[in-house]
Ligand binder design. Structure first.
Ligand code: GRF
Length: 200
């Protein structure tokens, strides 16, 4: 059997995308396995959810470190100890520094609730409504040093409906997030596995 790519998920909160990844990775044919969930926020609801699903989940509390560099060193050490090969950011609310991002280049994914390059940054649903966009959606992309700007792996479009408020729109986008994030991880894990396969 070909080894599945060891994948860690970084969260800060609810973790519904994390759950979608864990669920998808239950299929033996899925090319990635979720080996670890880490949160910078000890109170993240996603931590107990992950444990209930049988996945190791730990907090690395940002406040316990003197600064970003020390925090990221601890994060990296934990990821390496778990032999993680791919990192999925899933509602991870802390911008990572360029050295950290470079260490994971091509192997770190993020999900963003807009059709990038439109609406980088926060409050995307509210901004989509304020700008009266006809279409909104979500994007999975590779993480680069510039926020929400890395190469796009998958996108899903959602029509903005008459009478939508930010919550209604967010809920429809979230449904698509849960569909495309596993698809994107599938694609990245497959290509990583192919790149690392011994030549025959
Ligand atoms: C999602 O909307 C994701 O696109 C954004 O943060 C939210 C996280 O939600 N980056 P959840 O924690 O996965 O439920």
């Amino acid at each position: 059997m070909i080894a599945r790519v060891r994948t860690a998920v970084l969260i800060s909160g609810r973790g519904s995308n994390m759950s979608a990844l864990i669920e998808a990775a239950r299929a033996p044919s899925f090319p990635a396995q979720i080996v670890l969930v880490l949160s910078d926020e000890p109170a993240a609801a996603g931590l107990p959810t992950a444990r209930k699903a049988g996945v190791a989940a730990e907090a690395i509390d940002y406040r316990a470190y003197p600064g970003k560099e020390a925090f990221e060193t601890a994060l990296d050490a934990r990821l390496l100890a778990a032999s993680a090969e791919i990192v999925c950011l899933a509602g991870f609310m802390r911008a990572l520094s360029p050295p950290f991002v470079e260490r994971w280049e091509g192997r770190m994914l993020n999900i963003h609730p807009s059709l990038l390059p439109n609406l980088r940054g926060l409050h995307t649903h509210r901004r989509a409504l304020a700008q009266r966009l006809a279409e909104h959606g979500c994007t999975v992309h590779l993480v680069t040093a510039e926020l929400d700007a890395g190469p796009i792996i998958a996108q899903a479009r959602v029509r903005v409906l008459e009478g939508d408020d930010a919550d209604a729109l967010a809920a429809r986008v979230l449904k698509e997030e849960h569909r495309i994030y596993p698809e994107a991880l599938n694609a990245v894990a497959r290509s990583l596995r192919a790149a690392n396969a011994p030549e025959t």
